[in-house]
Design a protein around this ligand. Sequence first.
Ligand SMILES: [Zn+2]
Length: 232
Amino acid sequence: MTVVDEVRRTIERLREEVCALHAHLTRYDLVVWTAGNVSARVPGEDALVIKPSGVAYDDLTPASLVVTDLHGRLLEGDLFPSSDTAAHAYVYRHRPDVGGIVHTHSTYATAWAARGEPIPCALTMIADEFGGEIPVGPFALIGDDAIGRGIVETLARSRSRAVLMRNHGVFAVGATATEAVKAAVMCEDVARTVHISRQVGEPTLIAAEDVDRLYERYQNVYGQDPRERDHR
Ligand SMILES: [Zn+2]
């Protein structure tokens, strides 16, 4: 098999994977209409696979996804790439460890973003998955590198895999697109729980040393076997 054939097969596999992952966004009520998107890096290549712009979730197929380079320029596909492609591309260029990115306006997490308030680390699940509070990134308009830069700079100061972009929504990253989607699902779940907890009192925070212990254990011990990680 030539290198070109191998890249082609990888892209076909990522088209299937990223298409299937978009179904999780609707399954977990993280998106409405055509908002939201998932992308995956093509490993070792200057390329990513992402949702096309303005296509309904029910109409997404592996073939309808588009491939761009890591500057958002179209390489493959009949449709325009998602309007968030520049932000995804910026993150891939500056975070070689990131293999997948998800963007949603999921309701509860975005309600925290609307207040510009980080989600405090008041649940073991937040410590496990995010290693501390889920931080807020800057307000940034679409159109240049501002969103991507805001994501990268905010995540650089945190262990979190998710960032609440102020007045906008959630960007979540992972080593794979599946991990990024998991972080986006968990982010919405904890945003909702802490929000509900807040209705009748002030949630208590987990002590910093316990956060560290939970995070280390979850990321390393559970991390040895991803199946176990998903069964807890
Ligand atoms: Zn958005």
